[in-house]
Design a protein around this ligand. Structure first.
Ligand code: SAH
Length: 342
């Protein structure tokens, strides 16, 4: 079994190479090569040939293949379907904003959270992505599109906090000055609300932005569409969020997918406002994206307007997510599903 070298930090590579009689600076040299996108050891031209050969015997370099690429004619959004080294597929979406390019990356192949409205969870969890496979989505999308990526959102396929250690390692790698060097304040992580893991993340006290997928202000509504709520409950989740804020001083943003007749009535809006009162939290409404396999439908524009009105009247800061790439299936797990069906 070869070792995945792109999941290692420079110090670790250097340490491992000591046994091969190499100086410590080799770790930094190799790390730089890996994070510039080389796919073979032979391309690392400042290493002795014998060392390159030896590395190839003990280590491998992950480099996903672009299986499909769709470019939106409307807004330039690019959706990538990647084939990983074991044949599994995940998606990333590169979005172009005035303030720079943002990439939305996947954290797992599939997902085991079972949310009723989400395409990524159909078929369950296949496996967690390795740290290098998270890096690769940012690295190779940037190289392929010839654009500088300045922001990352962990909002693609999978539940990032269900792959906690690999995601934490990814953050260290992507943050590294010799690598992609993307700062924590330019990274957002979205979770369905695994409370123990949110607590654990809070202990790291890092400056990323945490988004919590709420989608319902009470247990009856939320448990119907998000099985994870059946064991935790909304109140415990919101308490965990308050503790997270107290520890990190970083405000949490709540995502709320508007689903016709399920969570979009004035009752839901009033209860949501009441539960978030005084937290300074921000609510991001997402008009539901249709998923072929699901009977759930997006709320009507009129219903969304009324929902916003009630939140604003109660001093809750609310925005509606802009829809990018609607002509290219650019939302959660849809391209992977399509490819699997075909
Ligand atoms: N597992 C994480 C991150 C992945 S999903 C989480 O649950 O937050 C990213 C966001 O898209 C989540 O808020 C998720 O609830 C939402 N989402 C999933 N399917 C959707 C759909 N069909 N329409 C609108 N939003 C959806």
């Amino acid at each position: 079994m070869k070792t995945n070298i792109k999941s290692m930090l420079p110090g670790e590579i250097g340490e491992a190479l000591k046994n091969m009689g190499q100086p410590a600076y080799r770790g930094e040299q190799i790390f730089k090569w890996l994070h510039s996108g080389v796919t073979t050891f032979d391309e690392m031209t400042n290493l002795p040939k014998a060392l390159r050969e030896k590395l190839g015997e003990e280590y491998f370099i992950t480099a996903p293949k672009i299986l499909r690429k769709q470019v939106s004619k409307i807004d330039g959004t690019i959706k990538y379907l990647w084939e990983l080294y074991d044949g599994n597929c995940v998606e990333s979406v590169l979005m172009r904003y005035e303030h720079g390019n943002t990439i939305c990356i996947s954290s797992q192949v599939g997902c085991r959270m079972g949310c009723a409205f989400c395409a990524s969870t159909i078929g369950g969890l296949v496996r967690c992505l390795e740290p290098s496979e998270l890096i690769d989505q940012v690295l190779f999308a940037g190289l392929d599109s010839e654009s500088k990526i300045s922001n990352i959102v962990l909002m693609g396929i999978g539940e990032p906090l269900d792959n906690f250690d690999n995601v934490m390692r990814f953050l260290e790698l992507v943050n590294h000055p010799l690598g992609l060097n993307i700062g924590m304040r330019h990274i957002s992580l979205s979770t369905c609300g695994l409370t123990e893991k949110v607590d654990k993340l809070g202990d790291y006290n890092i400056q990323l932005t945490l988004s919590v997928s709420l989608h319902g202000p009470d247990d009856e509504t939320r448990s119907k569409i998000m099985p994870v709520n059946r064991s935790t409950g909304v109140d415990k989740l919101l308490e965990t969020c308050r503790n997270y804020f107290n520890k990190t001083k970083r405000r949490i943003s709540f995502e709320y997918a508007m689903i016709d007749g399920v969570n979009d009535t004035p009752y839901h809006a009033r209860l949501l406002a009441e539960k978030l009162k005084g937290t300074g939290s921000h609510v991001n409404l997402i008009p539901l994206n249709n998923v072929d396999e699901s009977p759930l439908k997006p709320s009507k524009p009129e219903t969304i307007r009324r929902f916003i009105e009630i939140l604003e009247k109660n001093n809750i800061n609310v925005t509606v997510r802009r829809k990018l790439g609607s002509d290219i299936d650019a939302s959660c797990g849809q391209l992977r599903r399509k490819a699997m069906r075909e």
